[in-house]
Design a protein around this ligand. Structure first.
Ligand SMILES: [Zn+2]
Ligand SMILES: [Zn+2]
Length: 124
């Protein structure tokens, strides 16, 4: 199955030929700060993501203490993916970027101790 994603304005498009390696949620304080709540995301090896368009990026220190890179559309600022130095070569794409193309079924929760009280634990 081929997966397609795009930013708000449509300048950036992504295509992935293979299934994601992982579907997960992250409850860390950095995700909360960035998007307002926990994130739902899919992990692909970065080299399996075909990107059309030029992304901009910035770097912060992630929860692991190692660098975390964030990539976004320079026109609409839509967040496209992030890339942890800790898991080199992996990229995390927000599930919402794929629209309703997938039924998101996360199997992993990161930083679950930081899950908002109103959010249910995953049915693992
Ligand atoms: Zn855009
Ligand atoms: Zn996070």
């Amino acid at each position: 199955m081929k997966y397609c994603a795009k930013c708000h304005c449509g300048e950036i498009t992504l295509e992935m030929e293979h299934d994601p390696m992982m579907q997960f949620m992250c409850h860390c304080s950095i995700c909360h700060q960035r998007i307002g709540t926990s994130i739902s995301a899919l992990a692909w090896p970065e080299h399996e993501i075909n990107i059309d368009g030029n992304l901009k990026s910035y770097k912060i220190i992630g929860g692991s203490g190692m660098d975390m890179y964030y990539y976004y559309c320079p026109s609409c600022s839509c967040f496209i993916y992030n890339k942890p130095e800790l898991l080199e070569g992996m990229a995390y794409v927000p599930a919402g970027l794929l629209g309703d193309q997938i039924e998101f079924k996360p199997t992993v929760e990161l930083w679950s101790g930081n899950r908002p009280n109103w959010m249910k634990k995953l049915p693992l």
